[in-house]
Design a binder for this molecule. Structure first.
Ligand SMILES: *Cc1c(COP(=O)(O)O)cnc(C)c1O
Length: 407
């Protein structure tokens, strides 16, 4: 029998989060929960700022500065000095800006290398850009994970990778791959959707060129939360992004007829920021202030380890259930993924017992380990419940088979 390890009181701050009673939330890798701070910040915009101060709020409540302010709150979580991170738009849109900008910097080259199993939007955006610029200016080359290093050569302009695989939870060695790419003059763009707020990052120290990430996953910014982007200081001055909207102008309120980009990271902006969503993300980020990401990582590893220890026997005896996340902790993000022919139904059966997990096609059951609000006792209960469901076949019940539009 394994004992349930103790929680680290410096990391677990469950009372800050607004989770329904009795719910074990293991889907923070997909949509982080609401929090008191997020709720309060949003209410403040709604009930005080917008209602009372109306349009003055752009100045008196500094709405106009929110993309930059929120970006600087995210910067330490990424291991980035301030002024290189800004919050705006979605990952998809930010990828479009950065891929275009990267091709301009590396303008003798046209190839974007990515991984075939990358999150589809990353591939779709590169395909759309290639369509727009023409195949002689931009070409996407998709390779397998084990082919990434071999695909790097002097013809490649940009390597675009997701750090933690959304299906398997596998984490790539960012520092090593970035270094290898640079040896061939290749720029590197990392998608941190499943990394920011989950694992320690050192973008500056690892010499990363560009990165994008999500506000609504591990950063708990709420549904549709603004994404963020990182541009290394060494590229900022020359960076030219194609979505030249007025918010990225050097002087938006001069209303000049010619576009001229802002000096700093503000040039990455396009249109008016969604202030309600920004307020929610701004509040949510308070949870990360002064937080040591190494300690978060240690707790996340401890939660995963306990979960796996509880699952050891069934993984050995039930050939249908397989761990698809690498066993080596160094190669894991903050999620564990299992494959099973009935993963969808198993996820539904767990949700029915208030253990919220999710499913990814074709057969992956995903569980997020988020030590800010998830305890070892909850993880213990989740593992035992999953074990029972797989063993007793209760997932075969007809009510667990119907698929929703969003999985
Ligand atoms: C969730 C996720 C996205 C989401 O992109 P949006 O454009 O913000 O909707 C992108 N990339 C990865 C790897 C993701 O997991």
């Amino acid at each position: 029998m394994t004992n349930t390890p103790l929680d680290d009181p410096n990391i677990l701050r469950r009372s800050n989060f607004l989770l329904p009673k009795g719910t074990i939330y293991m889907d923070g890798n997909s949509l982080g929960p609401s929090s008191l701070a997020s709720n309060k910040a949003t209410q403040d915009v709604l009930n005080n700022q917008w209602e009372q101060d109306l349009i003055k709020s752009w100045n008196v409540h500094s709405w106009i500065d929110l993309p930059k302010k929120v970006g600087s709150k995210i910067a330490p979580i990424l291991g980035a000095a301030p002024d290189q991170v800004i919050a705006c738009d979605s990952i998809s849109v930010n990828l479009f800006k950065l891929l275009s900008a990267g091709l301009k910097i590396n303008d003798e080259r046209k190839i974007i290398v990515s991984e075939q199993k990358n999150f589809p939007t990353d591939l779709y955006i590169a395909q759309g850009l290639s369509e727009l610029l023409g195949k002689d200016k931009c070409e996407l080359k998709q390779v397998e994970k084990h082919e990434i290093e071999d695909a790097l050569n002097d013809e490649v302009a940009i390597l675009m990778l997701t750090h933690v695989d959304f299906r398997t939870g596998e984490m790539l060695p960012m520092e090593r791959i970035t270094k290898l790419a640079h040896q061939h003059g290749v720029l590197v763009l990392w998608d941190l959707a499943h990394s920011a707020g989950a694992v320690p990052l050192e973008l500056d120290r690892w010499n990363v060129d560009f990165a994008v990430g999500c506000g609504y996953k591990y950063l708990n910014g709420g549904p549709g939360s603004p994404a963020f982007m990182y541009v290394s200081k060494r590229h900022l001055r020359h960076l030219k992004q194609p979505l030249t909207g007025w918010m990225g102008h050097a002087s938006p309120f001069s209303f000049e007829p010619e576009y001229s980009p802002a000096e700093g990271i503000e040039k990455a902006l396009c249109g008016t920021p969604p202030i309600l969503s920004f307020a929610a993300l701004d509040g949510a980020l308070n949870a990360f202030e002064g937080l040591d990401m190494m300690q978060v990582r240690a707790q996340s590893n401890s939660l995963k380890l306990h979960f796996l220890a509880t699952m050891t026997e069934i993984l050995q005896t039930n050939p249908d259930l397989k761990l698809v996340t690498p066993e080596d902790e160094e190669r894991q993000g903050s999620q564990l993924s299992f494959s099973h022919p009935h993963s969808y139904a198993i996820a539904q059966a767990l949700i029915d017992k208030q253990i919220i997990v999710d499913f990814r096609a074709p057969d992956i059951l995903r569980l997020g380990f988020t030590p800010l609000y998830l305890s070892h006792a909850e993880v213990d209960k989740a593992a035992k419940t999953l074990r029972n469901i797989v063993q007793d076949g209760s997932y075969l019940n007809a009510k667990y088979q119907t698929r929703n539009k969003v999985t």
